[in-house]
Ligand binder design. Structure first.
Ligand code: ATP
Length: 246
């Protein structure tokens, strides 16, 4: 088989040229984000979970880059021209906004808040305002309006799906890219939707007496989320080589 051309290697994924023009293959690695030990199989789970969420979004008419999963670690996606931004939606206050604005962690925000971060690791992905984005030409005002509409739909969908399995979506971040259909450009959800990009709390957690306790971090992520969503068989409690086989 001909060797595939590697287009990019990041911390979490490798991109290869896809089989047709305008497509890419995303390979999900187990590798760590700095300082974070990722267990074996994390890439396999993230591939499955991103497939699960993006398929759901496509089904309800929210455009994403996802075409199909190819195997345990790879999925075929539409190539997009990525905006140099991470778009964050916050429903409840967690680390970033709590530290910055002194809002106690866990506080329900009055409405979902959309924030933008400039995607540059050397700068530590700083928070930026719409003013910066438009002034520096990363996106125009119409794009920003479209992005807000897009990510709020993603938020409603993800929040609902998670709520159904006892998980609170405190916040998440995603990346958006441009694709062209003839002369028309549209913005789609790209990159990945996985627990690595979300703050998730368990609303089914119990204390020693069996009473429901305040939502706390969801333990054993992402395995527990995958199990609750039915992405892993319910009798699987730990990732082993055999549970990772297709
Ligand atoms: P970080 O880990 O901080 O997100 P990274 O660039 O190392 O940064 P990876 O997930 O390892 O992240 O790399 C995936 C890369 O692929 C990202 O640069 C992302 O913008 C890009 N990408 C994701 N989806 C698409 C797509 N549909 N078309 C083109 N590029 C994409």
């Amino acid at each position: 088989m001909a060797r595939r051309k590697k287009v990019y290697e990041g911390k979490a994924k490798i991109l290869f040229e896809g089989p047709e023009p305008g497509t890419l293959i995303q390979y999900f690695k187990d590798d760590a984000t700095e300082g974070d030990e990722r267990p074996e199989g994390r890439g396999v789970l993230n591939n499955r979970l991103s497939e699960f969420f993006m398929t759901g979004l496509n089904t309800v008419g929210v455009p994403t880059h996802f075409i199909r999963r190819m195997n345990m670690r790879e999925q075929l996606v539409r190539m997009a021209e990525m905006l140099p931004l991470e778009v964050m939606v916050r429903n409840h206050a967690a680390s970033g906004i709590s530290d910055r604005l002194g809002i106690p962690e866990g506080t329900a925000l009055p409405r979902p808040i959309v924030e933008y971060y400039f995607k540059d690791d050397n700068l530590g992905c700083p928070l930026v305002a719409e003013e910066h984005i438009v002034a520096f030409g990363w996106a125009n005002q119409q794009d920003l309006d479209d992005i807000v509409a897009l990510v709020l739909r993603v938020n409603d969908f993800l929040s609902g799906v998670m709520m159904g399995v006892g998980v609170r979506l405190a916040d998440f971040r995603l990346e958006v890219g441009r694709v062209w259909e003839g002369d028309f450009m549209r913005l789609i959800v790209a990159d990945e939707i996985t627990p690595d990009n979300c703050t998730l709390w368990d609303t089914r957690g119990q204390d020693a007496d069996g009473n429901l306790r305040e939502p706390g971090p969801l333990a054993d992520m992402p395995t527990e989320l995958a199990r609750r969503l039915g992405v892993l068989p319910s009798n699987v409690t730990h990732l082993t080589k055999s549970t990772l086989i297709n």
